[in-house]
Design a binder for this molecule. Structure first.
Ligand SMILES: Cc1cc2nc3c(=O)[nH]c(=O)nc-3n(C[C@H](O)[C@H](O)[C@H](O)COP(=O)(O)OP(=O)(O)OC[C@H]3O[C@@H](n4cnc5c(N)ncnc54)[C@H](O)[C@@H]3O)c2cc1C
Length: 335
């Protein structure tokens, strides 16, 4: 369809047939626009106003429209915009020269999961490792990173990891670009700091997090987590220097709990269990058909302890790898 071409979708407006059609379709009527560039998408959003919504993979938006939980008057389809599917990594921390990992908004979950770039695997391996928790293969093949962040489900893996890894959300609007820290971006159930005329174009992870782990519990494989725990821990000579814990499914947005007691504690099972209990004491989880608050607290204890134990094994493995790299480098220097 040519730029700016509008198609009336769902319940059509063509005389006699429209009533029949209206009874057969699930979503409320909407106009469809396809954008071919970020500039065109942003201009359409500005022109169409609050009633328009971006369509990316459609995996969250379309079911909501089918249940008429969302009734946008217009959709701006961004899925064919070129140049927004990428992972660009530099595993040094950002030094003002553009380090870190940049993920384009239209990058699918599957592209992250299958990324083999050594710089991504080394510094940000938690992202490819965690993608397997997202839905099923078809969901991961079509759903986008930017769509997950924009949808802001409080149990979404990418939302949790964005907070844990201090990601910055890059938004493009009619006035240009702005960058919002993930911690301030999520504002409640399915609610973010993005304006209706802004599009997420990139998610930037400024610092590597080699010792981060996400784990979760769902009743069936592929379901959203009932509770998810994302942690990072820095361990030196068997002692934790610092750690962070972010939880999903326990409130309206990803919840970071106070993990200060990890600093100075031995890197061992009792520390992970104590941190799990401390985390569970800091949350006020909701009650729904998937479980009550007590169940979510118990899950929190187990998942935090499990994630920290896994992160500590990752820490040991990377220290061993680092030590052998250093030994190899000095052998070569001596030869
Ligand atoms: C059966 C099933 C299981 C799932 N399981 C999980 C799971 O375990 N974990 C998980 O995290 N997700 C899960 N999902 C959701 C999936 O990850 C979606 O891909 C994701 O939530 C939304 O991405 P999308 O590209 O499909 O966005 P869409 O559905 O197209 O859009 C979602 C929302 O984001 C907005 N939006 C999209 N892109 C942008 C952008 N670039 N800028 C601004 N706004 C934008 C849209 O307007 C809309 O409001 C599941 C979905 C299904 C159907």
């Amino acid at each position: 369809m040519a730029p700016g071409h509008v198609k009336q979708a769902a319940a059509g407006t063509r005389g006699r047939d429209s009533a029949d059609l209206r009874s057969q379709v699930k979503p409320a009527p909407f106009a469809y626009h396809r954008a071919h560039s970020v500039e065109e998408a942003v201009a359409l959003l500005a022109e169409l106003g609050d009633e328009a919504k971006i369509l990316a993979g459609g995996l969250s938006l379309v079911p909501m429209m089918n249940f008429r939980l969302a009734r946008p008057a217009a959709l701006v389809d961004v899925s064919r915009i070129e140049g927004l599917s990428y992972l660009r990594a530099d595993d040094s921390a950002d030094d003002g020269a553009g380090g870190g990992l940049r993920i384009g908004a239209l990058t699918t979950h599957r592209t992250v999961e299958t990324c083999r770039d050594p710089a991504v695997r080394r510094g940000y391996g938690v992202l490819p490792r965690s993608a397997r928790w997202i839905g099923h293969y078809p969901i991961r093949s079509r759903g986008t990173f930017g769509g997950s962040i924009a949808h802001a489900d409080p149990a979404s893996e990418w939302c949790l990891l964005a907070v844990l890894l201090d990601a910055r959300i890059v938004l493009t609007g009619p006035g240009g670009q702005r960058t919002v820290p993930a911690a301030g971006f999520f504002q409640g159930y399915y609610s973010t700091a993005a304006s209706p005329d802004e599009m997420i174009t990139e998610i930037w992870f400024p610092r590597p997090a080699p010792r981060a782990v996400l784990t979760e519990f769902a009743r069936r494989q592929g379901d959203f987590a009932i509770v998810a725990a994302a942690v990072s821990v820095d361990i030196q000579e068997g002692v934790c220097r610092r750690g962070r814990v972010v939880l999903g499914g326990v409130g309206p947005l990803p919840v970071e709990v106070n993990a200060d007691p990890l600093a100075g504690a031995p890197a061992a099972g009792p520390t992970w269990q104590a941190m799990g209990e401390l985390a569970a004491g800091q949350i006020d989880p909701p009650e729904d058909t998937h479980g009550d608050a007590g169940f979510r607290r118990k899950l929190t204890v187990t998942l935090v302890a499990r994630a920290l134990a896994e992160a500590s094994r990752t820490a040991e493995a990377s220290q061993t790898a680092e030590a052998s790299r250093t030994a190899e480098a000095s052998r070569r220097a001596e030869a």
